[in-house]
Design a protein around this ligand. Structure first.
Ligand code: R5P
Length: 319
């Protein structure tokens, strides 16, 4: 059974890089469009293959979700022997429970749709919540880009500190309670302290702060999160840190969606640089220093191991 990688528009360049690293031959995969916008994928013969469908569900989210589902279905109907959905950025993970009556559990709906479209296996990277696994009816691999980002952050801190190192004066900041565990993982890798900003959300783009827990005064601070969407969370945390006497060095997030006015917002909040990955496709924007680290190597490693039936534990999110 040969390994084959197909992808949609949500991950085109990343999938090409993964394909090159894995060394599998290109397959013809084209997503055509009816005049009304309806998508229609057409994929080469995949009969008997071990197929990896690489597709993030970043913006436009609905379009990329539908494209992912149609690609999975095309692979299944094309006779693939095993289908793995590789969804580096898994949208809808923030909707893992109902906060109010009348809401849906969007994460569960997405997982069910992916499985019923044909996925036998699911791979995601730094999902918003590890609760996804318990909702998923097929085996799921939750990979982490934290080691890749820590390396980039380490280099960046060395550059900006003039070689003073990253030890005692540094603090890793979780911009909300949900990011506290993630902050601990970064802090363990960098050998420094953690602080947590207490936030509550007013709307999809507005957050309210209630304080910072931990010592940030006269420290160099790094904000870490799973994702940056509108930038509201980071903006609020950056202002709280400035108020607390810290110097913000960088913001690190696996998924740099940077939607709407996020770039202007972060620039206004004097965020010096954002370090993120290529998990989602973004347009080029100016006004903010954004360093993008590739997770192609991580995904290629995971796909190689899955194809050979090997363990992926050392690539996983640790909880
Ligand atoms: C929420 O809990 C997430 O971890 C992120 O903090 C949040 O989704 C970021 O969104 P935004 O950039 O719109 O504040």
């Amino acid at each position: 059974m040969s390994a084959v990688i197909v992808s949609g528009e949500g991950s085109g360049p990343l999938a090409a890089a993964v394909r090159a690293e894995v060394g599998c031959p290109p397959v013809s995969c084209e997503v055509r469009r009816f005049p009304d916008g309806e998508l229609r994928p057409i994929i080469d013969n995949l009969r008997g293959d071990d197929v990896y469908v690489v597709q993030s569900t970043g913006p436009p989210v609905g379009e990329h979700v539908v494209e992912l589902l149609l690609l999975l279905d095309a692979c299944r109907r094309g006779g693939a022997a095993r289908i793995t959905a590789v969804v580096p950025y898994f949208g809808y993970a923030r909707q893992d429970r109902r906060d109010a009556s009348g809401e849906s559990v969007g994460a569960r709906v997405m997982l069910d749709a992916i499985v019923s479209a044909g996925a036998d296996w699911l791979v995601v990277v730094d999902p918003h919540t590890v609760a996804l696994e318990a909702m998923c009816d097929v085996p799921m691999e939750m990979l982490t880009a934290v080691p890749v980002l820590v390396d980039a952050l380490h280099d960046s801190l060395q550059r900006t500190s003039g070689g003073r190192g990253t030890g005692e004066e540094l603090v890793v900041v979780a911009p909300d309670l949900g990011a506290a565990k993630l902050a601990e993982r970064y802090a363990a890798a960098l050998g420094c302290q953690v602080a947590v900003v207490r936030k509550s959300r007013r709307s999809g783009s507005e957050v309210r702060l209630t304080g910072v827990v931990g010592d940030v005064e006269v420290r160099r601070a790094v904000i870490v999160d799973d994702m940056i969407s509108t930038g509201g969370t980071v903006e609020a945390a950056a202002r709280a840190l400035a108020h607390g006497g810290a110097t913000l060095e960088a913001v690190v997030a696996t998924h740099g969606l940077l939607v709407d006015a996020a770039v202007d917002r972060l620039a206004k909040a004097e965020v010096p640089r954002v370090i993120t990955t290529d998990s989602v496709v973004r347009g080029l924007r100016s006004g903010l220093e954004v360093q993008t680290c590739s997770i192609a190597g991580l995904l290629a490693d995971a796909i190689g191991r899955l194809h050979r039936g090997e363990d992926l534990a050392e690539l996983h999110v640790t909880t």
